[in-house]
Design a protein around this ligand. Structure first.
Ligand code: PGA
Length: 246
């Protein structure tokens, strides 16, 4: 079947000392986990983490160009060069705060695939969009932009993250999330049925140790993208422990 995955998104948090403590706690218990885990962290800490963490490391963003005069940007090739394996693309904070478009997100995914990195594509609707019945339209539009330029088999994962659930303490119910995950998988299947069955579709948005197991029990929820709760290694481990192997 498909991999279950639990991915930490540290966002703009951490310090060398805090990260070292996180890694020590995590590494000690990691061998007992049945699902695969990845930690996505700020660029400056990635090398340290590649050298010390017992699992794959991911970035939180990437440039949409290959190389050259793009001050402040970090390319997919550079990430690959230091041993990074995954990268979050199209997180709602990037779309909302930094004006990332569907097309820009698609271009970033294509750059990652060219560098043999696995994109974690985030999609999700705002509260207004959900209230006006536009959830499917929005998330499928975001997915379609990427499927125009990247083959589904090259996606590392899709993360459904309702914008209204991120960092708010509000969570989609398992049934609400399952319905969107099934729509996303059906759309991927229109392009590549085999890839759709093996692609991990993760839920993100206020996942905590207390609600993880019921979310992960849904047939199309293959794990989670974890923000706030991933800052505490024990909470992240509890969430990973709630994720069954499939
Ligand atoms: P949250 O963040 O778990 O803090 O809601 C999830 C995310 O933004 O990826």
């Amino acid at each position: 079947m498909r991999d279950t995955l639990v991915i930490a998104n540290w966002k703009m948090n951490g310090s060398r000392a805090d990260n070292a403590r996180w890694v020590e706690t995590f590494n000690a218990k990691a061998p007992s986990l049945s699902s695969r885990c990845v930690v996505c962290a700020p660029f400056v800490y990635l090398s340290d983490l590649v050298n010390t963490l017992s699992i794959d490391v991911g970035a939180e963003n990437v440039a949409d160009e290959v190389q050259g005069a793009y001050t402040g940007e970090v390319s997919a090739e550079m990430l690959a060069d230091i041993g990074v394996k995954w990268t979050i693309v199209g997180h709602s904070e990037r779309r909302t705060l930094y004006g990332e478009t569907d097309e820009g997100v698609a271009k970033k995914c294509a750059r990652l695939v060219s560098a043999n990195l696995r994109p974690i594509l985030c999609v999700g609707e705002t509260l207004e969009e959900r209230k006006s019945g536009k959830t499917a339209e929005v998330v499928l539009r975001q997915l379609d932009a990427v499927l125009k330029v990247v083959s589904p088999k090259d996606l590392g994962a899709i993360a459904y993250e309702p914008v209204w659930a991120i960092g708010t303490g509000l969570t989609a119910t398992p049934e609400e999330a399952q319905a969107v995950h099934a729509q996303l998988r059906a759309r991927v299947a229109e392009v590549d049925d085999v890839a759709a069955q093996t692609l991990s579709i993760l839920y993100g948005g206020s996942v905590k140790p207390a609600n993880a197991a019921t979310l992960f029990a849904m047939p199309d929820i293959d794990g989670g993208l974890i923000g706030g709760a991933a800052l505490n290694p024990n909470d992240f481990l509890s969430i990973a422990q709630a994720c069954p192997a499939r």
